[in-house]
Structures are given as structure tokens and as C-alpha cells.
Design a binder for this molecule. Structure first.
Ligand SMILES: [Zn+2]
Ligand SMILES: [Zn+2]
Length: 106
């Protein structure tokens, strides 16, 4: 025997709003999660993660607040990168000189 009973399906709709300003989706762009603090952030409060050099098709995002906090650190990181570049250049030159010295011996 088969009887029919009408039931109401429960569906969960997740509404994500920005943890900074409280806005949801803005012109079709949904809230994303900040890669650093993990808060949900709207289109106006998301910035492409400057730590990632190659974003590919799906860039990571951080919030504007983490970006501001990160500014002095990013400057230091850039300085360190420049410094290590200089060290690497020097080592490569030393290598070349050593190799040339070796070649002239024979
Ligand atoms: Zn926002
Ligand atoms: Zn953040």
C-alpha cells in the first residue's frame, strides 16, 4: 500500500555578511574569507593577498584591516628580498671568478 503525505523540505540558506561592515554580496561578488584572520569580508574590504606572487585563476584574499597591519611587515619582507638578492649576486660572481681562476690554471 502506498499513501502520500505532503512534507515541507527544509533547506539551509547560508547568508554571509562582511564582518567589518555587515554588507553581503555586492554586485554579484560574494563575501570571501580573509586568509589571515579568517573573517568574512565583502567586495569593498577584500584585497588580493600580496604574499602570493602567482595568483593564477583564483587569487587569495585578505581583508583591508590585515592589509594595513601587514604594511610595515611587507616593507621589511621586500627589504629582505632585496638584501638576499644582493648576497646571491655576490656569491654568483665569486663562483664565476673561482671557475675562471680554475680554467686559467690549466
Ligand atoms: Zn565590508
Ligand atoms: Zn583579515
Amino acid at each position: 500500500m502506498r499513501t502520500e503525505r505532503k512534507v515541507t523540505k527544509l533547506e539551509t540558506v547560508v547568508n554571509v555578511v562582511c564582518d567589518i561592515c555587515g554588507k553581503g554580496e555586492i554586485s554579484g561578488i560574494p563575501c570571501r574569507r580573509c586568509e589571515i584572520c579568517g573573517r568574512d569580508i565583502c567586495f569593498h574590504h577584500q584585497i588580493e593577498d600580496p604574499r602570493v606572487m602567482d595568483w593564477g585563476d583564483y587569487p587569495d584574499y585578505i581583508c583591508t584591516e590585515c592589509y594595513v597591519i601587514g604594511k610595515p611587515y611587507m616593507e621589511k619582507i621586500r627589504e629582505e628580498e632585496k638584501r638576499s638578492e644582493g648576497v646571491i649576486d655576490k656569491l654568483e660572481k665569486q663562483w664565476e671568478e673561482a671557475a675562471l681562476g680554475n680554467a686559467q690554471k690549466g
